[in-house]
Design a binder for this molecule. Structure first.
Ligand SMILES: Cc1cc2nc3c(=O)[nH]c(=O)nc-3n(C[C@H](O)[C@H](O)[C@H](O)COP(=O)(O)O)c2cc1C
Length: 310
């Protein structure tokens, strides 16, 4: 169990704000890092590789100017239909991005390239089989995307997955799935995770790029409003029921699974809004700094409460 030294710097809480397609941009990343949490974004949120490089400049300049910001990361989608992988990875290497989060494929060559400049690779997994494969590819951390997560989610219990993965992996473990409060971060740590990974909670922040209508729908939703389906993206993911209905779909009668294709993803995720099971605990849209302060206070209180005798 370990938080790598490069990620400890200026870290206030063991929290990573997860990368979210069409939602996380440079402003959210920068404000998250300035508030002492790890900020991340998918490279594909910038429309071109040049735009991606410009976002990195904005984040790096902002972090430098602040002086005490936490580290940041970039998400790369390792899929044959992503034509940006190679050029974006070249920019990542040139800029020495501290943390690379890979999803879909775990590729030893990519890990080698990132390690070559001193960076870290964390990889998203939903099963023990995927975790073993990624561990063999040499990743530094495994993100256990458990039941109830926003985006492409798994179905495993976090208790079960963390237990089995820890038996063969001694790198950094990051837990994901419906985590939204400081108490949840404390619980993740107690379960043996190094970091809590939060997506949905950060959609409802002032700096996220999500539409106001998306933020409003999210804060008004609860667990029963989340639909798990492979019909929108080629991979099972969680979506807000009212957004499926608004797009003219019947949540009880969705079309059959489609093939994953990065070219079609943008349209799907623009019209249909993803969120995880944690929506019921999200009732407001704070600034990232305010959220970080709240998470810290809740985290400290959770440890105080749990050390009390019962
Ligand atoms: C709207 C949305 C978009 C997402 N896009 C991506 C993405 O582009 N790449 C990725 O690795 N994960 C993506 N995710 C998954 C998150 O990185 C993270 O695993 C997940 O949000 C954690 O669960 P939580 O939402 O319950 O906190 C997305 C999640 C959401 C809600």
């Amino acid at each position: 169990m370990a938080i790598p030294a490069a990620l400890r710097e200026n870290l206030r809480l063991p929290v990573i704000a997860a990368p979210m397609f069409l939602v996380s941009g440079p402003q959210l990343v920068l404000e998250t890092c300035k508030a002492g949490l790890i900020g991340t974004f998918p490279a594909l949120n910038a429309r071109t590789t040049e735009g991606f490089a410009a976002w990195l400049t904005e984040i790096e300049d902002g972090r430098r100017a602040h002086g005490r910001a936490a580290a940041y990361g970039v998400n790369l989608i390792v899929h044959k239909t992503n034509p940006r992988l190679e050029p974006d990875l070249a920019v990542v290497a040139e800029r020495k991005v501290p943390l690379v989060i890979t999803s879909l494929g775990a590729v030893p060559d990519l890990v080698k390239e990132v390690h070559g400049y001193g960076g870290l690779v964390f990889h998203d997994v939903i099963s023990v089989r995927h975790a073993r494969k990624a561990a063999q590819a040499g990743v530094d951390g495994l993100i256990l995307v458990c039941a109830g997560a926003g985006g492409h989610a798994g179905t495993a219990s976090p208790f079960a997955l963390i237990e089995e993965v820890r038996q063969f992996f001694d790198g950094t473990l990051i837990l994901a799935g419906a985590l939204g409060s400081g108490r949840h971060v404390a619980a993740a740590r107690m379960m043996g995770a190094d970091f809590a990974y939060m997506g949905t909670r950060f959609i409802a922040t002032r700096e996220s790029m999500a539409d106001q209508a998306y933020k409003d729908m999210l804060t008004a939703s609860a667990l029963a409003d989340i639909v798990y389906t492979d019909s929108i993206s080629g991979v099972n993911a969680n979506f807000l029921r009212p957004s499926l209905i608004a797009a003219g779909l019947d949540p009880e009668n969705l079309p059959p699974k489609k093939h994953m294709d990065m070219a079609a993803e943008a349209k799907a995720w623009r019209d249909i809004w993803s969120a995880g099971h944690g929506v019921g605990g999200i009732a407001d849209v704070p600034a990232a700094a305010e959220l970080a302060a709240r998470l810290e206070a809740e985290y400290m209180a959770a440890f105080r409460d749990t050390t009390a005798q019962f």
